[in-house]
Design a protein around this ligand. Structure first.
Ligand SMILES: [Zn+2]
Ligand SMILES: [Zn+2]
Length: 601
């Protein structure tokens, strides 16, 4: 037999997706010897020896039929002479080597159907185990602390496998072969219910007990994979009104989690594509139109024709609905105003104890916080409103690669950060409004984490032109500390440029209707018609200028904006005084606004 050898490097999303077990099985199938191992840069390295035709078949299988969750961005094969040094095929311990770029770990994946079946099967050893997962599902991004993706580098390291789990982990024929999140009720994370001051509630079944309490109208903070949710009933208005009071959210809609797709159809219109997305392994919050017989509380999304709905995405969520008649639960991110979603048990007790009745905790740390994603469908096209769990950190591929590692900061509200490296734009999870120290630290940590996960060096940093944004100050810090180039980008131009990058356009004329942005002339811009190419942009046209009394305050209190616009054509004194209850300081504030408007004339 003529023996040949091939060294293969696979880049993409290839760790944490069952890739090594897949390689192992294929190597056996094609009679090849050698090894596979994870590398410290999130890529996978394979060395095989055997018949040349078998190696070719093996590589073809890899290319054309990878595991469902894997994404291969690049695959290199180097052939050489056989050394005959292997006696079989092995999965080796990971190697720290991190010299390659272009790979990243997967996002969190919703519970798969096999695990769901086992969760409900009394004969299965993971029957009713709330954190049941396998190679095809479970948390990834939210548990990883560093590469390579091995259990010891995730928050699962605090839960050593019991002998039975360990046996499954080592069995090539098992679905949990080399699954880093493998655990059971004996060895895995535990769940417990406490009162709002942290005293444990003595009950046999904390999850179902929590579900029942929600059904009775209590408000419960529930720890998930990427942070805490605050949950309550959807058919009772009283707890939702209470929640609005404590969360200081008078109007903003709450997302809900429904028991099943069939249930969703009883209160919302669901197209074929929306149903597909709701049940996909991303399982985002999908904005749906309320149906004519909508019967949930009007306080969930007051005055709106649509409602944000998701389906359970962990065993814990599935079990919450078991002992309760509620069709859905309010499930809103637990975060104090302008702070990121809470992930730590003690912090939750401290910051949420005053607003919830109970806590449903588990004892696994969350390494990366990650809110739920929000999407809307236009027929079958997805418009992403918040790209977070299930999407982040999967990159978007751009047609014009960058030879520098560039980090984009975002502006100030609803920030996500983006790391451009080669042809990959790696977008972070939702960071939030960078107005507090907490959100700023979260942003900083996320930038570092993404750079580590993608093995990228930050050589340039792009920020908004606004000199006072916290993101601008952070960018200036990075410029000083890392010695990288600082690029200031006009807000509306950034929006157009990102569209151009996503769609591979070299130049474009765009209408950018985003509200407020700091203009290159130091004025507030908004509603811009821009011409842009890769190097520069021109302001071709814009909406008529309007006075913004109080600057940024006018974006928060639209009545200031309205007074400004109206004052151009009529005397607004009487009108504004009549409406001054919408301003925090009422008459006094209205007088200042009027003074200001008079002075402009
Ligand atoms: Zn699974
Ligand atoms: Zn176990």
């Amino acid at each position: 037999m003529v023996c040949s050898r091939a060294e293969i490097i696979v880049r993409g999303i290839v760790q944490g997706v069952g890739f090594r077990p897949f390689i192992y099985r294929n190597a056996l199938k094609f009679g090849l010897f050698g090894f596979v191992r994870n590398r410290g840069d999130a890529s996978v390295e394979i060395v095989v020896e055997g018949k040349r035709e078998s190696i070719d078949c093996f590589v073809n299988a890899l290319r054309n039929n990878p595991p469902p969750l894997a994404r291969i961005y690049d695959l290199t094969v180097t052939h050489s002479e056989c050394k005959g040094s292997f006696k079989g095929f092995k999965i080796l311990k990971s190697r720290k080597a991190s010299t390659l770029r272009g790979s990243i770990i997967p996002s969190d994946i919703a519970i798969c159907n096999d695990c769901l079946r086992e969760l409900r099967d009394p004969k299965n050893r993971r029957y009713e185990y709330f954190f049941i997962t396998c190679t095809n599902c479970g948390p990834r991004y939210t548990i990883i602390e560093k590469l390579p993706y091995d259990r010891s580098n995730t928050t699962m390291k605090s839960f050593p496998m019991c002998p039975t789990c360990s046996k499954e982990y080592k069995d090539p024929l098992n679905r949990r072969f080399h699954a880093q999140t493998v655990a059971c009720s004996k060895c895995g994370p535990k769940v417990y219910l406490t009162t709002n001051d942290g005293e444990e509630v003595d009950c046999k079944d904390p999850i179902r007990e929590a579900g029942s309490l929600i059904g009775e109208g209590y408000i419960i903070a529930i720890k998930g994979n990427g942070g805490f949710h605050i949950a309550t009933a959807t058919t009772l208005s009283e707890p939702i009104a209470e929640l609005r009071k404590t969360k200081h959210r008078r109007q903003k809609p709450f997302a809900i989690m429904a028991r099943s797709l069939e249930t969703v159809k009883t209160f919302a219109e669901v197209s074929k594509w929306e149903a597909f997305l709701l049940q996909s392994n991303i399982r985002p919050i999908v904005l749906l139109r309320k149906s004519e017989n909508y019967y949930l509380s009007d306080l969930i999304s007051p005055g709106l024709h649509n409602i944000g709905v998701m389906l359970p995405y962990t065993g814990l969520h599935v079990m919450l609905f078991d002992d309760v008649a509620e069709p859905a639960f309010v499930m809103t991110s637990a975060n104090p105003p302008s702070e990121p979603i809470i992930i730590d048990n003690d912090e939750a007790l401290r910051k949420l104890g005053g607003e919830v009745d109970f806590f449903l905790f588990h004892n696994r740390r969350i390494a990366q916080r990650c809110d739920d994603s929000v999407v809307r469908l236009h027929k079958r096209r997805i418009a992403i409103i918040r790209r977070s769990r299930g999407y982040a950190p999967e990159p978007i591929h751009v047609k014009t690669p960058s030879n520098l590692g560039i980090v984009g900061m975002g502006a100030e509200e609803n920030v996500t950060t983006c790391l451009l490296s080669g042809d990959q734009a790696v977008l972070s999870q939702h960071i939030g409004d960078v107005e507090t120290l907490e959100t700023l630290s979260f942003l900083k940590a996320t930038i570092k984490h993404l750079a580590d996960l993608t093995n990228s060096k930050i050589e340039a940093v792009a920020c908004d032109l606004h000199p006072l944004f916290n993101t601008t100050k952070l960018a200036e810090d990075l410029e000083r500390n890392l010695g990288c180039t600082l690029i200031r980008v006009q807000h509306h131009h950034a929006h157009l440029a990102s569209l151009m990058a996503e769609h591979g356009l070299k130049e474009a004329i765009g209408i950018v209707c985003d509200g407020f942005g700091y203009g290159s002339d130091g004025e507030a811009w908004g509603g811009e018609v821009l011409y842009s190419n890769f190097k520069e942009y021109k302001r071709v046209g814009h909406l008529q200028r309007q006075p913004m009394v109080g600057g940024d305050l006018a974006t928060r209190y639209p009545i200031r904006m309205a007074a400004g616009v109206l004052s151009q054509s009529i005397d607004v004194e009487e009108w504004l005084m009549e409406k001054c209850r919408f301003l925090p300081y009422r008459e006094a504030e209205a007088s200042i606004i009027l003074d200001h408007l008079r002075k402009r004339k």
